[in-house]
Design a protein around this ligand. Structure first.
Ligand code: NDP
Length: 237
């Protein structure tokens, strides 16, 4: 990316989000992150507490970013949670909390971002989905549904906003070495790795690189794409 942009990475205090925020900062961009409890991540990065299940909190976060760094030009909708459970044991709350955070939360932050992107006639919306959104995953009906929903959301935004030079794309990671994966047992982790053609999990930086490309001027003709970064796990989907 040649031009310096204002970038918001949701869920940017650890894992994929933090790796992505740092890479944008390395390139000289103005970077903000949100999380419920962001802490102090990096002196170059503006960290703002924001629970994206709350529309007012999302609006307040944008106001803070706008006054400190300017209007958001690149949004990486990355924040997400899991609440895994077999279908018959899954509670209504397990299902709706994951949808409200991962899908509706991404909708909230993306809808707010477009307010200023439309005026600027330039914007990049990048949604972090998951290979399981299209593959499905036993014990993750809530999570897989939320991640599949992001595809319909992003593609609808791509159609609605394309004439204003705003792109909307999806990255679809396979297993990545973050706290989310740490929650699995050693047996679960090796069973997943075994299914990956590259026989390893990804490092967060490997997801960040593709996100940076999608935000760049060079990716200006890519919209509505679902880009797998999964070591081949989801091939054909
Ligand atoms: P982590 O669990 O390490 O980080 C999740 C981030 O989301 C944290 O910053 C967390 O901050 C934030 N977050 C959670 N709930 C909310 C909320 N309500 N409002 C605002 N922020 C919130 O996850 P990863 O880095 O592993 O994952 C990042 C994204 O990548 C997620 O969407 C995940 O589904 C996806 N992904 C991950 C894969 C993996 O194997 N790790 C594979 C495929 C996709 P806080 O808790 O402070 O709110």
């Amino acid at each position: 990316m040649t031009q310096t942009r204002t970038v918001l990475v949701t869920g940017g205090n650890r894992g994929i989000g933090l790796a992505t925020a740092k890479r944008f900062a390395d390139q000289g961009h103005r970077v903000a992150i949100t999380a419920r409890d962001p802490g102090d991540v990096d002196s170059r990065i503006l960290a703002i507490p924001c629970d994206q299940t709350d529309a007012d909190a999302v609006d307040r976060a944008y106001q803070a970013i706008e006054s400190e760094l300017g209007n958001v030009e690149v949004l990486v909708a990355n924040a997400g949670i899991t609440k895994d459970q077999l279908l018959l044991r899954m509670s209504d709350d397990d299902f709706s909390t994951v949808i409200d955070t991962n899908l509706k939360g991404s909708y909230r932050v993306a809808q707010r971002a477009t307010r200023t992107m439309l005026r600027a006639r330039w914007g990049r919306l990048i949604f972090v989905s998951s290979v399981v959104g299209l593959l499905g995953s036993a014990g993750q009906a809530n999570y897989a549904a939320s991640k599949a929903g992001l595809v319909g959301l992003a593609r609808s935004m791509a159609r609605e906003l394309g004439s204003r030079n705003i792109t909307a794309n999806i990255v679809s990671p396979g297993p990545v070495a973050t706290e989310m994966l740490d929650a699995l047992t050693e047996d679960q982790r090796s069973a997943i790795t075994e299914q990956v053609p590259l026989k390893r999990v990804a490092e967060p930086q490997e997801i960040a690189e593709t996100i940076l490309f999608l935000a760049s001027e060079g990716a200006g003709y890519i919209t509505g794409a679902v880009i797998p970064i999964d070591g081949g796990l989801g091939m054909g989907h």
